[in-house]
Structures are given as structure tokens and as C-alpha cells.
Write a protein that binds this ligand. Structure first.
Ligand code: PLP
Ligand code: COI
Length: 339
């Protein structure tokens, strides 16, 4: 086992031993290759550099109490990358190739999968880029698919402790009929300025409103939003947010816990009626929110400084399934066979 301080790991890049790659040329995907190089060489006119032909994914592998390594819902990430690829006219990575590459990267970097109970996990970052050279605005004819991985700690430094968020009215990450439902780099570029400003102003991240009417909660930074009230799990319905695999899983778990689930518009003023609010995602897991400040109006929405009971139950159930403590009734985990 590596000499890594698992408990102190931030959410960030960590050099590991190998990454895996696959090239799309002449209309077909080649063989998976494993490399120890962190670099890629590409043509200066590659479409990913000029026209944003780029999409990525994020998923985690966990070491369970039984020592087994579990990859959480990789086929869902595979499907989403196909949607993202089609959305920006890239060659889609077949599901099986995607999962094979993920399994391979975990196996090759097994010594970096954090021990059970450390609170850390191995984060996988699949990446698809247009590498073919073009100057006209059109899709490339060559693509590169890479999966790299590294051990990570919590996305928000607070861990499972409530964070503060800022509603922004003067920035959108995606248009209503734009690329918000895709995991493409441009959405993140569009969020950098407001995200950094939120940090500088003392918040963990910002909450975007629907870009058209500026009335409804949309995306919570690089995570989805949900609120709890009247025994109901409420999460935004929107054409500009990423369909989060964590949120999808939590909705199922919430229903199994006897909560009602609603996917609908959430007007900003409704925030004051929730008992608990949180952000959710692969990196964010479940991040309860203690304070939301509307940057435009100055209005504050206060919640508990401690994680609420429903958020805690959802968090513990999700983590329990991912770490093999709770039966995986849904078959969400892919167990990775290691020597
Ligand atoms: N929303 C955005 C913008 C994200 O980047 C992510 C992270 O992937 C999510 C939501 C959460 O999605 P998931 O739960 O699939 O990781
Ligand atoms: C994830 O949760 O996997 C994300 O993509 C969030 C962020 C690091 C982009």
C-alpha cells in the first residue's frame, strides 16, 4: 500500500501509475492502450482546442469493508458520455469500451484505491476530445478517449458538514436549450468566473437560476440541488442541468425510505420552506447547505449548521451501498476482480 495520508486528501489531481487511452481513427475505435505518461501530444488545430469538442465523466471506486473494490454505476456514466458525445458531434465511446477502460484503470492503479473507512475514494476521470485538425467550424474526424484516476477526499473541504452557497443572478452556466444537460467543458468554463467570485466572497460554490426567467433553482455549481420538506424530496426539473447519477440514486433511495419524490420547478422563495437543502453529485456526494445568500437581492436563507436527519440517512445509505456495508439491491456496484 502506498504511503498516502488518505484522510488528508483534497479533491484534486493526484499522479498515479497508469492511464488508459483509445483512439478513434478512420471511422472506428482502436485497441485500449495503457500508458504511464501524463501527457498527450496533439495537433494545434485539434477541434477540442478551438471549438470545445470535449466531454468528460466522473465516477468513483471504493474499497469495501470486505476488501473488494466497487465501481459505482459505470454504465450510467457510459450512457451519459454517449449523450454528451452526440450532443457536440463527437464519436461516441461504446458502453463496453467505456466500462472496460474504467475497470482497467482501477486494476492498474489498485494501490491508489483508498482503504475502507478512510473517507477517500478513487476518482475516475474519463475524457473524450476531438483531436482531428480543422479550422472550419465542424466536427473532427479523429478522437481520443482517456481514463485517468486518482485518490480524492471530499469535494468541499467541509466534508459531510453543511456548506454555504450563493445564488447568482448575473451569470448562467448554460442556456435553456443549450448544452447544460451534457457534461461538456464549455459549461464549466462558463461557471469559472462566478464560481471563483463565490469562493472569494466566502461561499463554497454558487447556485444558478434558470437562465430564461431567473425564478427557479437550476444547478448547484458542479452538483444538483435538492430540498426536503413534508416528507418529500424535491429536486429541480430543468432543461439546463446535468442529469446527476447521484441524484437519480438518491431519488430511488428516498422513495424506498417512504419519502415522496418531486422533480419540478423550485421558485427561489420556496427555499425558506425547506427543512433541509443540499447539493449532490459524485464529487459532492451529499453536501448539506447551511446558508444560501441571494447575491442579487441580499436575501438570506438559513438552515441548520448540522446535517439534517434525512440528508444524513440518504448519505449513510448511499455510502453504505458504495462501500459494501448495505446490500446492493439495485445492482449499482460493479465489483472489480483483482488478484
Ligand atoms: N451537475 C454538474 C454540473 C456536475 O458537474 C455534476 C458532476 O458530475 C453533477 C451535477 C452531479 O452528477 P453525478 O451525480 O452524475 O456526478
Ligand atoms: C463530479 O462530481 O464528478 C464532477 O464532475 C464535479 C466536478 C469536479 C466537475
Amino acid at each position: 500500500m502506498s504511503n498516502i495520508s488518505w484522510k488528508e486528501l483534497p479533491f484534486g489531481y493526484y499522479k498515479t501509475d497508469y492511464n488508459v487511452r483509445c483512439y478513434y481513427r478512420n471511422g472506428k475505435w482502436g485497441e485500449l492502450e495503457t500508458t504511464d505518461s501524463e501527457n498527450i501530444t496533439m495537433h494545434m488545430a485539434a477541434t477540442c482546442l478551438h471549438y470545445g469538442q470535449e466531454a468528460f465523466e466522473g465516477l468513483k471506486a471504493f474499497r469495501g469493508v470486505d476488501g473488494k473494490i466497487r465501481l459505482f454505476r459505470p454504465y450510467e456514466n457510459a450512457k451519459r458520455l454517449i449523450r454528451s458525445a452526440n450532443g457536440v458531434m463527437m464519436a461516441p465511446v461504446p458502453e463496453d469500451l467505456f466500462v472496460k477502460a474504467c475497470v482497467e484503470v482501477v486494476k492498474k492503479n489498485e494501490r491508489f484505491v483508498p482503504p475502507s473507512g478512510s473517507g477517500a475514494s478513487l476518482y475516475l476521470r474519463p475524457l473524450l476530445i476531438g483531436t482531428g485538425a480543422e479550422v472550419g467550424v465542424k466536427p473532427a474526424n479523429e478522437y481520443l478517449f482517456i481514463v485517468f484516476a486518482g485518490p480524492v477526499g471530499p469535494y468541499f473541504k467541509e466534508g459531510f458538514k453543511p456548506v454555504k452557497m450563493q445564488i447568482v443572478e448575473d451569470a448562467d452556466r448554460a442556456a435553456p436549450l443549450g448544452t447544460g444537460t451534457l457534461k461538456v467543458g464549455g459549461n464549466y468554463a462558463a461557471s469559472l468566473y462566478s464560481g471563483q467570485r463565490a469562493h472569494d466572497e466566502g461561499f463554497s460554490n454558487c447556485i444558478y437560476l434558470d437562465a430564461k426567467e431567473k425564478k427557479y433553482i437550476d444547478e448547484a455549481g458542479a452538483a444538483n440541488f435538492f430540498g426536503i420538506k413534508n416528507n418529500t424530496y424535491v429536486t429541480p426539473k430543468s432543461t439546463s442541468i446535468l442529469p446527476s447519477i447521484t441524484n437519480m440514486s438518491l431519488r430511488e433511495l428516498a422513495e424506498e425510505m417512504g419519502l415522496k419524490v418531486e422533480q419540478r420547478h423550485i421558485p427561489v422563495e420556496e427555499l425558506s420552506t425547506f427543512d433541509e437543502v443540499a447539493a449532490c453529485g459524485t464529487a459532492a456526494v451529499v453536501s448539506p447547505i447551511s446558508l444560501i445568500v441571494d447575491r442579487g437581492t441580499g436575501k438570506e436563507y438559513n438552515f441548520s449548521n448540522e446535517p439534517g436527519t434525512v440528508c444524513t440517512k440518504l448519505y449513510n445509505t448511499l455510502k453504505g451501498i458504495q462501500e459494501g456495508l448495505i446490500e446492493d439491491k439495485h445492482n449499482w456496484n460493479l465489483i472489480i476482480e483483482t488478484k
